[in-house]
Design a protein around this ligand. Sequence first.
Ligand SMILES: Cc1ncc(COP(=O)(O)O)c(C=O)c1O
Length: 299
Amino acid sequence: MTISPSIMTTYGRIDIAFTHGEGSFLVAEDGKKYLDYASGIAVNAFGHCHPKLVEALQDQASKLWHTSNLYRILEQETVAEKLVANSCADRVFFCNSGAEATEGAVKVARRYAWANGEKERTEIICATGAFHGRTLAMLAANDRPLFREGFGPSAQGFTHVEWGDIESLKQVIGKHVAAILVEPVQGEGGARKAPEGYLKLLNDIAKENGSLLISDEVQIGMGRSGTLFAYQKEDIEPDIIALAKGLGGGFPVGAVMAKAEVGDAMVPGTHGSTFGGNPLAMRSANAVLELLLENDFFE
Ligand SMILES: Cc1ncc(COP(=O)(O)O)c(C=O)c1O
């Protein structure tokens, strides 16, 4: 069967369609069973149809799906408190994808500088090999020019330094730098782990310069590195963390986490999301977090 022409051709899709999944396995239309190494691109942290996730979503689906962020969302407060209790962050904003999380993180960093009267501090330093998403601004944060081709003027305010090379960072750091945006392990860049001590040096240089450190944990966060967040392997506390993928276990959920002082630069009206953190999404994220935080999970 060929792929419907009604689908925009943004992907070179493989001609297999799955009908259901169970644990680490997927079953295709023809009944063939596949061991799912791709995990929905680092999303299905607990495989397919984990009973706890199914139960949480089914229960919430029969109660309340969506209300908007005009009101309190108790399920959101529960998830935010769990994330805060298990990280160096104090504030959480919920969105729906990784690109929204990284872009939100950049907004928070720039707004924090602006709120502190540093209106020229807008630059974001990224690394070669980086991938931070597909929104117009994040195209400029990505390393590969190919992603930007044909999409008009590139967003300003992003500089790239050689991944793992502190000297190239030292050459561009300055009072104009709002934040260093880095993946502790590059995902799309080829599963590249930061050289030993690199994150710590980035963190120290950022702090010395009055800049923030943003840890893009969209792909490597939520336990994929062996700790809940990858930055926890180093002796550092990023100012902002971007999260998505595994957080919802398959339901679209993203998050921007920030230290109190930094997050508090975001006052009502500065950012928002219609769907972000709705009750259905939050029940999924809560179930994922409960599983991850069970006593012996990381052992
Ligand atoms: C490190 C990193 N950041 C951001 C993104 C963008 O996430 P999304 O595709 O959910 O927008 C990705 C996606 O692969 C990623 O790996």
